[in-house]
Design a protein around this ligand. Structure first.
Ligand code: BGC
Length: 368
């Protein structure tokens, strides 16, 4: 159950007098104090999360020589996240990815959503949950739980929704993301996280030489550069989108393939090969030959958006890093884009009073 009281939250450790790792992350546009929280495992790994958008700020894991590497693109303070047009590290809610014509029908009523992407709705709208300051509910040494409320008709979606995410960093380097949401009206719930990874280090340049395997023999082709799916579920075999065997992200990036043309690179939803619906299984595996760091993504969701960072414009990132096009890649676990309007796709509708629950895990390791 989500606790929606507004009583000032104290962590278990704070109650016991143990100082948890929390620092100021600056002042938000509306005068709010924003913080950054650290979680750590017992093996030296470290993840930082800000309450602004419940966004990931850094993911620090060892490389094959035991040196720590920050493999996540991010910013130094809240202002970076407020000006962020790429959704770096943010939780996307209530709906990840695109909804055609920014319209969704729930119980016969058409709801008009924020049109923030060529007349379509992308990542819920301009003021999605990625722009809210979340409440910290629980903060232990290796996990943090944040919650937020999205009001009825916010960005156009029906129902007051209470959402919650827990990030946990396990001792064997799994970064687990567990989401929950409840609404007082039937609505849409399709959360994701928009982390941009660079397994050679966040400031190391492009990700084209990093390898990727997607456990997906099908994908959802898009109609045009607006990236709304045609509704078809097409095989990847024989196309540039075939990642069933690991290959360098850059290998087929310039392939003469209309789908690549529409995305300006890879920006597609892959249909995960599952043993059964809802199975929490391996979805993707990425690897940097430079650092030896590998990352395996597991999810119970049916799809994953592999986005090769095609629209990252040159900008200042954390600690003096300069990020550019394709300096990070995203593996956004999700229901398929526009699944609320596409009868052939499993749709992410949530009934009033029922609890939406989903889990994704990014498991880090090294290859020698
Ligand atoms: C989308 C891209 C979009 C990006 C925003 C991704 O999830 O698939 O098309 O440009 O988010 O930075």
């Amino acid at each position: 159950m989500l606790i929606m009281d507004k009583i000032k939250y104290q962590t278990r450790e704070e109650k016991k007098g143990i100082k948890m790792k929390k620092e100021s992350f600056g002042t938000g546009r509306n005068g709010e104090a924003v913080s950054v929280y650290m979680i750590e495992n017992k093996s030296g790994g470290q993840v930082r999360v800000t309450d602004y958008g419940a966004s990931l700020v850094s993911v620090i894991v060892p490389d094959r020589d035991g040196n720590l590497q920050d493999v996540l693109l991010g910013y130094d303070n809240v202002t970076g996240y407020e000006n962020n047009t790429c959704y770096f590290g943010a939780v996307i809610g209530r709906n990840g990815n695109r909804i055609a014509d920014a319209k969704v029908t729930v119980n016969g009523t058409v709801y008009e959503l924020d049109k923030n992407d060529n007349g379509n709705n992308l990542h819920s709208g301009r003021k999605g949950m990625d722009t809210l300051v979340w409440d910290v509910r629980e903060h232990t040494e290796n996990s943090i739980t944040l919650s937020c409320r999205s009001a009825d008709l916010e960005q156009g979606f029906p129902g007051n929704m209470d959402a919650q995410i827990t990030y946990t960093l396990t001792d064997d380097y799994a970064l687990e993301l567990s989401y929950e949401a409840v609404s007082d009206k039937d609505t849409v719930a399709n959360f994701t996280n928009h982390a941009y990874f660079n397994l050679s280090g966040h400031a190391s340049g492009d990700v084209l030489g990093q390898e990727l395997m997607l456990r997906a023999s099908h994908f959802t082709p898009v109609i045009n550069a607006e990236a709304i799916p045609t509704g078809e579920i097409a095989p990847v075999a024989g196309t540039a989108l075939d990642f069933t065997q690991a290959k360098a992200i850059g290998r087929d990036m310039e392939a003469d393939d209309i789908q690549i043309g529409y995305g300006g690179g890879f920006d597609h939803n892959f249909v995960l090969d599952k043993t059964h619906k809802g199975a929490f299984e391996l979805a993707a595996e990425a690897y940097s030959p430079v650092t030896g760091i590998e990352m395996k993504a597991y999810t119970d969701l049916p799809g994953i958006q592999f986005y090769s960072g095609n629209f990252i414009t040159e900008q200042a990132g954390k600690q003096g890093a300069v990020y550019q096009k394709r300096h990070g890649f995203c593996l956004e676990t999700q229901y398929y884009p526009n699944s609320v309007n596409e009868p052939g796709f499993e749709a992410p509708f949530l009934k009033a009073g029922e609890t939406y629950r989903t889990k994704t895990s990014y498991q880090f390791g090294v290859r020698q």
